[in-house]
Ligand binder design. Structure first.
Ligand SMILES: O=C(CO)[C@H](O)[C@H](O)COP(=O)(O)O
Length: 257
């Protein structure tokens, strides 16, 4: 389902290239996927935030939804824009989550966590009956792994957790894995749950389903950025402002987009 209909200029003014692609995916998701009465998971990152801005316009026009943010940044943005918010503990189950991705393979598996929000993002996605991803077309890859995998670890004993991560990855075919503690502008990145992020570049990944289980068995690993069997579909935005909705990704048997 491709759409290159006109985009509201107040949401796209001055944007070009990848930013326009992100905005077009976000606007399409808010326009075509959100309906009255829905309990929505609100993703994190610039593409999900383009969605939140477009959703806020629909709320101002009368759309009746409630949102659960997947990060403090999304909580702040959605709150400022007047999107009604709720605590996941008060809703327990959601109708639909719209979130971004760092990389998506043709079977719908993803690497997420470039914005350090993977833990809340996975909790919210797994609480949702349906998960749709918003992405510019650079995020679609024939396989995962060129984007470094984020792994959220407890600060307590993180060096021991890191050592076990290295051993696990080496045992599963990855040469000299080197998880790096994430810093931004020389400051250690601390997640919304008070944890650290280790980023590890893996190259070509084909065993993401197995790794996602094994990584989470290491004491101190809180969550990893593989999202396998979670996305139902993707809204792909392109630099010309067009967008396409691809449904039924989970379990899709394809090795190329
Ligand atoms: O997983 C995420 C944050 O943890 C984001 O969804 C991901 O990093 C994509 O971000 P952007 O839309 O800015 O490219």
């Amino acid at each position: 389902m491709t759409d290159s209909g006109s985009l509201p200029s107040r949401l796209t003014a001055g944007l070009s290239g990848q930013d326009l692609a992100k905005a077009s995916a976000g606007i399409r998701a808010a326009t075509d996927l959100c309906q009255n009465g829905m309990k929505l998971g609100l993703g994190s990152g610039s593409t999900a935030h383009a969605f939140v801005r477009a959703l806020a316009e629909r709320v101002r026009d009368g759309l009746d939804i409630v949102g659960v943010p997947t990060s403090t940044q999304t909580y702040d943005l959605a709150g400022e824009l007047g999107v009604p918010l709720a605590d996941l503990n008060d809703l327990v189950e959601l109708d639909l989550t719209i979130d971004g991705t760092d990389q998506m393979a043709p079977d719908g598996s993803m690497i997420k966590g470039g914005g350090a929000c993977l833990l809340w993002e996975k909790v919210v996605a797994k609480a949702s009956r349906r998960v749709m991803i918003v992405a510019d077309d650079t995020k679609l890859a024939d396989h995962l792994g060129t984007f470094p995998l984020p792994i959220e670890v407890l600060p307590f004993g993180w060096r021991s957790s890191r050592k076990q991560i290295v051993e696990l990855l080496a045992d599963h075919g990855y040469e000299n894995p080197d998880p790096v503690l994430r810093n931004r502008s020389d400051d250690l990145v601390i997640t919304d749950s008070g944890n650290y992020i280790l980023d590890v570049t893996l190259g070509t990944v084909t065993n993401q389903a197995e790794l996602t289980v094994l990584l989470n068995q290491i004491p101190g690993v809180v969550e990893n950025g593989f999202f396998v069997g979670i996305a139902d579909g993707v809204v792909v935005g392109r630099p010309d402002g067009s967008s396409e909705i691809i449904q039924d990704l989970a379990g899709r048997d394809a090795d190329r987009w």
